[in-house]
Ligand binder design. Structure first.
Ligand SMILES: [Zn+2]
Length: 198
């Protein structure tokens, strides 16, 4: 297993819709294992294949210690709507509110090559919808108002200088800790939202 480099906003692969993954091969299983390792190293809760430079229709997620790998995922039921703040491992330091369904039923192929269905709610449902968007070349910033998108673009211009070639290298133990940042925020406000990076 290996920690992979993460592609950041500006890399065209993040804007490329993936084609269905034709079969769950050994290579796909190895990619999933590397994606889990990369997601944990980055302290994220979800990671889609285009974020590590692979145009496979695959993502991994882990909300509440429930690791899930989905190949060729689709949403077959959705219900409810909630607005909450999101972040993305491919757009560090940028956060924004997104409306998402609060409950989804997803269908996907598992690592064993067999189809399965899973019901996800709240943060897990949000994460699943965010990752599915990645597979269609869509990013959470696309949901922002025009004004907020302009502000975000200016902020990202400065952030992007830290990622030559649109590559974010993870050095275990060296990257900024999302968890400690969340704790800092909580100190200021008891109702500080959890900002998931997906
Ligand atoms: Zn993301």
């Amino acid at each position: 297993m290996a920690v992979l480099d993460i592609r950041v906003l500006g890399d065209p692969i993040l804007r490329t819709r993936t084609a269905p993954t034709p079969a769950v091969t050994e290579a796909v299983r190895a990619l999933v294992a590397d994606m889990f390792e990369t997601m944990y190293a980055a302290e994220g809760i979800g990671l889609a294949a285009p974020q590590v430079g692979c145009s496979e229709r695959v993502f991994v997620m882990d909300v509440d210690e429930n690791p899930l790998a989905m190949i060729n995922p689709e949403i077959i039921e959705r219900e409810g709507s909630e607005r909450a703040e999101e972040g993305c491992l491919s757009i560090p330091e940028i956060f924004g509110d997104v409306d998402r369904a609060t409950r989804v039923v997803a269908r996907a192929t598992g690592l064993d090559g067999k189809p399965f269905e899973v019901e996800l709610t709240d943060l897990a449902a949000r994460c699943m919808q965010h990752e599915l968007d990645h597979l269609d070349g869509k990013l959470f910033i696309d949901y922002m108002s025009l004004l907020k998108r302009k502000f975000t673009a200016r902020k990202w211009e400065k952030e992007a200088a830290s990622y030559p070639g649109f590559i974010r290298k993870l050095e275990p133990g060296k990257q900024r800790s999302r968890r400690s940042r969340s704790r800092d925020k909580s100190a200021n406000s008891a109702t500080a939202p959890f900002e998931p990076e997906l």
